[in-house]
Design a protein around this ligand. Structure first.
Ligand SMILES: Cc1cc2nc3c(=O)[nH]c(=O)nc-3n(C[C@H](O)[C@H](O)[C@H](O)COP(=O)(O)O)c2cc1C
Length: 170
């Protein structure tokens, strides 16, 4: 599968088969995340891989009751062990870096026949308590992972003309 195919085939998957994700596939996906670029190569991402059913069920509560978080066989808490470094452009780098790493994982998951969904609607304090994440570590996103029951078709996106300007904004 080439990169563009993986990009086109990636959809947010909110319904999963009751089937384990093979260790080998999981490791390939984590490896894709590990190889992501980051500001000054800081690699502040840290991952808590959750397979335990009971823990996943607790994460449903932390994730505003999104039931599929408990149905996915794997939930990855995508964290940052960070000093909160702000880049010269004024942006903090850790959410950007973690997001790139997550995106690498979502695309690798597609290649492995698996589906993912980013979860930003969650309570960080609750997620930290459930997973024993220390105060100084941020939980940036949750990511569900598993075999999709069905894959949606097509994408709802703005046209290129709406989002691209050439040379200058105005
Ligand atoms: C940062 C971020 C947070 C998101 N949070 C949630 C979420 O909490 N629950 C959910 O069902 N989908 C969530 N999504 C998925 C988006 O709704 C989805 O990516 C978007 O609608 C486009 O659909 P697609 O991923 O199928 O292309 C999130 C996506 C991103 C990138």
């Amino acid at each position: 599968m080439n990169v563009m195919e993986a990009i086109r085939k990636r959809h947010s998957i909110r319904s999963y088969e009751d089937k384990e994700v093979e260790e080998e596939k999981l490791n390939l996906i984590l490896e894709a995340g590990r190889l992501a670029p980051s500001a000054s190569n800081r690699q502040e991402w840290r991952y808590v891989v959750v397979r335990d059913r009971e823990t996943r069920q607790k994460l449903v509560e932390a994730a505003a009751g999104q039931a599929f978080v408990g149905e996915a066989p794997v939930v990855i808490a995508c964290c940052a062990q960070t000093d909160g470094h702000i880049m010269r452009c004024g942006q903090p780098c850790y959410p950007i870096d973690v997001a790139i790493s997550i995106d690498h994982m979502t695309l690798k998951a597609v290649e492995e026949g698996l589906g993912t969904c980013w979860i930003g609607a969650f309570n960080e304090a609750k997620a930290k308590e459930i997973l024993g994440v220390p105060d100084e570590v941020r939980v940036v996103e949750l990511l569900t992972l598993g075999y999709p029951t069905q894959v949606p078709e097509g994408k709802t996106r703005k046209e290129l003309g709406e989002i691209i300007k050439y040379e200058r904004w105005s």
